[in-house]
Design a protein around this ligand. Structure first.
Ligand SMILES: [Fe+2]
Ligand SMILES: [Fe+2]
Length: 284
């Protein structure tokens, strides 16, 4: 079978996010919601409730007291974090896969996406126009979902990709993916986002997170937030394996963001601290 047809079939096979998870996504993306709203959605979905309680009671969280209700979990961890846990644990086929083609282990994609999301949120609030911070977080969580599908098709072929980059026949890992497979992880992620009916600008952010200048003017600042968040995540040591830092930084960010150098240092520090707090392995 033609490899592109094969990849399209794999996109179709991937189980969609549960209705509860989708509701959470649109809620945290929309901005207008309260702590109670997150708790209510999670409570109505028994699988989400079980996952959230299992994670918050894990010794790694170190809360020291048993947490037996979603409302209390939200009180301890915050609504956004509970939504993140619910999302990640409800879609282990997406976030907890071993990306063999990228030579990265289980949980690495989730850690990369979580750190990207945290960083994208910081970037969003630092932009000149101000982007919805929750939207940036959600787009950050989802930006690399295409890798969950594409990884299988890269197994054994990474030396080919790296040789293309080495010979400057490809400027990025994304271009090398396209040269070897005919499609890249951004295009596959975009197809997934559309198939799951995720609202704009999420599909656009997934498609263009390595080429933010191509985004519609309306969403450019958001896509740049994810682009920079992705860079911060990789520079912080949470990449997804062999492709880490194999993507150019779009210098156009200086026109979108107005960072003083000290401000950037502070953002990197804040992102690292928040990430270390939240990086509990959800599936252990
Ligand atoms: Fe990517
Ligand atoms: Fe990424």
């Amino acid at each position: 079978m033609d490899i592109l047809k094969d990849i399209t079939a794999a996109v179709d096979r991937l189980k969609p996010l549960s209705p509860g998870a989708l509701q959470l996504l649109s809620m945290v993306s929309g901005g207008e919601y309260g702590i109670q709203d997150v708790a209510h959605v999670v409570e109505r979905d028994p699988a989400l409730t079980a996952n959230v309680l299992r994670v918050v009671n894990a010794p790694a969280f170190g809360l020291g007291v048993p947490v037996n209700s979603v409302a209390r979990a939200v009180g301890y961890l915050g609504d956004r974090m509970v939504a993140g846990i619910a999302l990640a644990t409800s879609s282990p086929r997406v976030f907890n896969v071993t990306l063999a083609g990228y030579e990265s282990g289980p949980g690495e994609l989730w850690r990369h996406c979580l750190r990207t999301a945290i960083a994208a949120r910081y970037m969003a609030v630092s932009g000149t126009n101000g982007v919805n911070a929750n939207l940036a977080f959600t787009a950050g969580i989802l930006h690399d979902i295409g890798k969950a599908v594409l990884s299988d098709y890269l197994v054994g072929r990474t030396p080919e990709l790296l040789a293309l980059i080495e010979a400057r026949a490809a400027e990025s890992f994304q271009e090398a993916e396209r040269a070897v497979l005919g499609v890249d992880h951004c295009q596959v992620g975009h197809a997934l986002a559309l198939k799951w009916n995720l609202p704009e600008p999420i599909p656009q952010a997934v498609l263009l997170h390595h080429q933010p200048a191509k985004a519609d003017p309306e969403w450019r600042e958001l896509v740049f937030s994810v682009h920079l968040g992705d860079m911060v995540s990789m520079m912080g040591g949470t990449g997804t394996g062999v492709d880490t830092l194999m993507y150019p930084l779009d210098e156009g960010y200086v026109e979108v963001f107005d960072f003083a150098e000290e401000q950037l240092d502070q953002i990197l520090l804040d992102v690292t601290m928040e990430f270390e707090k939240l990086r509990t392995p959800f599936w252990d």
